[in-house]
Design a protein around this ligand. Structure first.
Ligand code: UD1
Ligand code: CA
Length: 480
């Protein structure tokens, strides 16, 4: 049986980010950097590359090495990983050593240690699997991932001898001008034979920079004549995030990947350069995303929708065939066929049922709006529950806040709320009731009644309804 453990280094202060939050919690397309690395690690066993080994290989939860702000990272990732603490950040070699006691408690104790960095979010499961498979096949002491770049960079340079054998990794800070011109760089993914690694880390000398570099182990293994294997991968996958310029560069690469994934799955994206979609978003086929649109959080969008232009949607669920133009939605649910905008706002807890038409300059917060309801212009619904086929006239609003409490408004099926009506909550408007233009409704309106004025008074208790047999008979026209 092969056994491997993964150690993720995430204890560095991330000084170059100039941030109060730990580097690995900085979001990339809505997900923290470390989340990407953990996803890749967890998906190693399901890759095609790993298929031949899957039956004979076991692993455990990844061990994440943390330094400061440990509580924040642990609160974000919880039981997904095990944690080791590196009290003082004395370098990447020192960080792996800090993981040693946690790894040795694993049952069974792993034979191979896969090390990667928490700040390389674009690494793929397949790339990790390739390093692992190569390592096991070659029975190497160390196997590590390299990439090629001609551009100046802060990656460690891979030094080989004339015969092509790896001799060392030299960090840029300590590299000669000639070494700086080496195009093969260290991507920061390694497999080690554990029985060699632990004593080698214990013996690792502190270098001139006052740190213990993991990369110095390559030179040590080489001088011992140990087998060192390399796997070559795309630089793009191994981009390390040290500062916010690199964060933005990674965001751009990832964004393109996400957009391509949706486009291949049947989503039309008119202008990928102005469309921003987070990693956790799902979109149905035949939906069209127009320019200037940002879809974030765990948002789900149905099929055949038309979203944008200039629309932001966060943490929301959108049904099929919805049309949302120039609007902002947060924590909102739309059933199918809803249309919104231009220039409207759905805030947390907005629920718009089937075929609701919410036009321009409207706002809905923490409210249920029943199917087929219309609210076309300049209206506000807060803490309200509406039935079906309600009409909300231009400028009608729920006065839900009395300065102390948020109060509820209930509007029954088929009610007609006239233009500029103020519904002073708590208040209930019955089914098929009507409010006149400009009325200020302070008391409940019975079903079918018509109220007008300031404050609103009852004009008619029930709307005359033609009798099925006699057109001269009216129902409920009695005044009380
Ligand atoms: C490192 C490599 C470099 C490689 C590059 C790839 C070393 C010495 N250098 O450089 O060869 O090309 O990554 O991206 O390893 N960390 C700790 N504890 C520490 C120091 C760092 O946990 O004491 C963690 C950091 O949080 C980070 C990772 O290790 O996630 C890498 O450290 P960083 O300082 O970013 O190394 P680089 O300079 O990028
Ligand atoms: Ca780095």
């Amino acid at each position: 049986m092969n056994t491997y453990a993964t150690v993720v280094l995430a204890a560095g202060k991330g000084t170059r980010m100039r941030s109060t939050s730990p580097k690995v919690l900085h979001p990339l397309a809505g997900m923290p950097l470390l989340g990407y690395v953990l996803n890749a690690i967890e998906a190693i066993p399901s890759t095609d590359t790993f298929a031949s080994l899957a039956a004979t290989t076991t692993t455990s939860r990844p061990v994440v090495v943390l330094g400061h702000a440990t509580a924040q990272v642990e609160a974000t990732f919880g039981q997904r990983c095990l944690y080791a603490i590196q009290e003082e950040q004395l370098g990447t070699g020192h960080a792996v050593l800090a993981a040693c006691p946690v790894v040795d408690e694993l049952d069974p104790i792993p034979r191979t240690i896969l090390v990667c960095y928490g700040d390389t979010p674009l690494i793929s499961n397949d790339m990790l699997a390739r390093v692992l498979v190569e390592h096991l096949a070659r029975r190497a002491t160390i196997t590590f991932l390299t990439a090629h770049t001609e551009a100046p960079s802060d990656y460690g340079r891979v030094v080989r001898n004339a015969g092509g054998r790896v001799q060392a990794i030299v960090e840029v800070k300590r590299a000669t001008e000639e070494q700086k011109r080496i195009s093969e760089v260290n991507s920061g993914v390694y497999c080690f034979d554990r029985t060699w690694l632990w004593p080698a880390l214990e013996a690792l000398p502190r270098n001139a920079a006052g740190e213990y570099y993991l990369t110095d182990l390559i030179g040590i293994a080489s001088s011992q004549g140990r087998e060192i294997a390399t796997v070559s991968g795309a630089l793009e996958e191994t981009i390390g995030i040290n500062d916010r310029v690199q964060l933005a560069a990674a965001e751009q690469l990832l964004r393109r990947r996400i957009l391509e994934h949706h486009m291949y799955a049947g989503v039309t994206i008119i202008d990928p350069s102005t469309t921003y979609i987070d990693a956790g978003v799902c979109i149905g086929s035949d939906t069209v995303i127009l320019p200037g649109t940002m879809i974030t959080g765990k948002t789900v969008i149905g099929s055949a929708c038309r979203i944008g232009p200039a629309t932001t949607i966060d943490q929301s669920t959108i049904g099929d065939r919805c049309v949302i133009r120039n609007s902002a939605l947060e924590e909102t649910t739309l059933e199918e066929g809803v249309s919104i905008g231009p220039f409207s706002h759905c805030r947390q807890g907005a629920y718009l049922a089937r075929n609701v038409r919410m036009g321009n300059f409207a706002e809905v917060k923490n409210s249920y709006v029943g199917a087929e309801t219309d609210m076309h212009h300049f209206s506000y619904l807060g803490d309200a529950t509406l039935g079906e086929h309600v009409n909300i006239g231009a400028g009608a609003i729920t006065c839900n806040y009395d300065g102390v409490r948020k109060n509820p408004t209930v509007i029954g099926d088929g009610a007609f709320i006239g233009s500029d009506t103020m519904l002073v909550a708590p208040v209930t408007v019955g089914e098929h009731a009507k409010t006149g233009a400009g009325s200020v409704v302070r008391h409940d309106v019975p079903p079918g009644a018509v109220v007008v004025g300031v404050p609103a008074r009852v004009l008619r208790l029930r709307t005359p309804q033609p009798h099925p047999n006699d057109s001269s008979t009216t129902e409920g026209s009695k005044k009380e």
